[in-house]
Design a protein around this ligand. Structure first.
Ligand code: ADP
Ligand code: MG
Length: 238
């Protein structure tokens, strides 16, 4: 990382998200504010139903806050059209999900290459970069394999390679270790932490996995749609 002050990649300003209306109103987020600087691995912790997925989706423009603002890379996204938001997601944000969400009929390589294709990268560059990303996350030699031939941990690495393909400044991960055993979860968490630090990517990860707290630089705790506490990393992981 450089010595320059870290750029603010995500700014959440007083985000509220209310679902439904009348007696069926659900207050998923009740005024959440925080910043995520570049190069920082931030965990968003909280029980099931505390609003983690809603918050990740609002930040990635997959859902819209009822009030408050999301500012990405210095620009408020509230007024972006769906087309502008799709463009931003394709080029500047990587997503990682609990269930990997790989295309089952594509090889590992093709899954990564697809996100480069969607972003309009030329064919030669796509091949080079897809292999580079698979190598970076440690599954380079599995490039020609189909997802069903890979373990859960390997599939999640491919999904992380896909998220990295377009060199995003931001990765949003929703329970990325939710389907992994604890040994594999540690490897994936270590990988995410290293990527944040070495590639200068901001990573915001929703999780209820207690292991995550050993790897994240910062932990935001959500309780009933509110930010309850912010912790700096307490453990040193070697
Ligand atoms: P988490 O990811 O922490 O488990 P969620 O963000 O999924 O939490 O959910 C937060 C709250 O919002 C929950 O009470 C959930 O039932 C509610 N919720 C989420 N999405 C919707 C929706 N589309 N419609 C109605 N309620 C929703
Ligand atoms: Mg969730």
């Amino acid at each position: 990382m450089s010595d320059a002050p870290a750029e603010t990649i995500v700014r959440a300003e007083n985000i509220e998200r209310v679902y439904g209306s009348g007696e069926n109103k659900v207050y998923a987020l009740r005024g959440v504010s925080f910043d995520v600087p570049s190069g920082m691995f931030v965990a968003l912790k909280g029980r099931s139903g505390s609003g983690k997925t809603t918050l990740i989706n609002c930040i990635g423009g997959l859902d819209k806050p009822t009030s408050g603002r999301v500012i990405l890379f210095g620009h408020p996204i509230n007024d972006y059209s769906e087309a502008q938001m799709t463009e931003l997601r394709r080029h500047k944000i990587g997503f990682v999900f609990q269930s990997f969400s790989l295309v089952p009929t594509f090889t590992a390589f093709e899954n990564v290459e697809l996100s480069l294709r969607l972003a309009g990268a030329p064919a030669k560059e796509r091949s080079r970069r897809a292999q580079e990303c698979l190598d970076l996350v440690g599954v380079g030699k599995w490039a020609r394999h189909m997802p069903f031939e890979l373990s859960g941990g390997q599939q999640q690495r491919v999904a992380i390679a896909r998220a990295l393909a377009n060199s995003p400044r931001l990765i949003l991960a929703d329970e990325p270790t939710g389907e992994l055993d604890s040994h594999t979860a540690r490897q994936v968490l270590g990988l995410l932490r290293d990527l944040a630090h070495q590639q200068d990517v901001a990573i915001l990860m929703a999780t209820h996995d207690p292991l995550s707290l050993e790897y994240a630089d910062q932990v935001f705790e959500l309780k009933d749609g509110k930010l309850d506490a912010v912790h700096a990393r307490q453990h040193v992981v070697h």
